[in-house]
Design a protein around this ligand. Structure first.
Ligand SMILES: Cc1cc2nc3c(=O)[nH]c(=O)nc-3n(C[C@H](O)[C@H](O)[C@H](O)COP(=O)(O)OP(=O)(O)OC[C@H]3O[C@@H](n4cnc5c(N)ncnc54)[C@H](O)[C@@H]3O)c2cc1C
Length: 221
């Protein structure tokens, strides 16, 4: 069932990523890591939804999405970028295959980190973050979503990878097998991978070659 939800708050997270908050409809249930089809309540955009991931937690009174705006695409997110408080999204039922299965490493590129925002917030609130790691790839330091929040998560080890900047304290380049071999000592753990299709495929291939159990890989299918 689709819900028409009015935006109650909009916050700039980076130069091109915004967080949108809505009151949660009664009984609306989802699992951290799940997404929903989101359209805009404007002519021509109600049924033109794309998937976006809930970055709020199921027990919150609010729903939240964290959305990268592409004004140059002449598409859905360009519309979303022009919305203000009081405008509405059309939000469908939750779905998705990224679900927490146990201790491990989260590997994300750009807005691909959104399912891990909800899962890491859940583990933080349960006090169960210790032994988890986030490897988070972006073009530049300015593109990193919610860096302060990740850095403050107790027990989470975070490695930031920048493809277009080479600076101290960051890994430089693209996440490839050589980088993974350097960063990951033990493949006997879960791996959660989310980002552009090509990136997910190449990282999953590299992890399997390194001995990771294919059943321990969690990604959007
Ligand atoms: C399960 C799932 C969950 C997701 N969750 C989130 C999330 O929480 N947050 C988030 O920000 N994203 C998320 N995404 C990605 C999101 O759905 C798309 O990034 C977004 O819909 C793209 O919007 P757009 O404005 O480019 O619109 P589109 O309709 O995709 O693009 C409009 C037009 O732009 C042009 N275009 C498209 N791509 C390019 C390109 N690379 N270069 C140049 N032109 C291009 C094409 O002409 C296209 O027709 C998720 C995706 C999936 C599959």
């Amino acid at each position: 069932m689709a819900h028409r939800l009015a935006i109650s708050k909009i916050e700039d997270i980076t130069h091109d990523v915004r967080q949108f908050t809505f009151e949660k409809p009664a009984g609306f249930a989802f699992t951290p890591g799940q997404a929903a089809e989101v359209g805009v309540d404007r002519d021509g955009w109600r049924d033109a939804g794309h998937p976006f991931t809930f970055t709020s937690l199921p027990e919150w009174d609010e729903l939240q999405f964290t959305i990268k705006i592409y004004p140059e695409h002449d598409g859905l997110t360009e519309q979303i970028g022009t919305l203000g408080v009081g405008d509405s999204f059309i939000v469908g039922d939750p779905w998705g295959t990224i679900e927490y299965k146990g201790r491990g490493t989260f590997i994300a590129a750009g807005a691909g980190v959104t399912p891990f925002i909800a899962i890491l917030r859940m583990l933080r609130d349960r006090g169960e973050l210790s032994g988890h790691r986030l490897i988070f790839a972006n073009k530049t330091e300015a593109d990193i979503i919610l860096r302060d929040e990740f850095d403050a998560m107790p027990g989470l080890e975070v490695v930031y990878v920048l493809s277009q900047q080479d600076r101290g304290g960051f890994e430089h380049g693209r996440i490839d097998k050589a980088m993974l071999e350097r960063l990951i000592g033990n493949t006997n753990q879960h791996f959660y991978v989310c980002g552009p299709d090509g990136m997910v495929e190449s990282i999953n291939d590299a992890l399997k070659q390194m001995g990771a159990d294919p059943d321990g890989l969690v990604f959007e299918e």
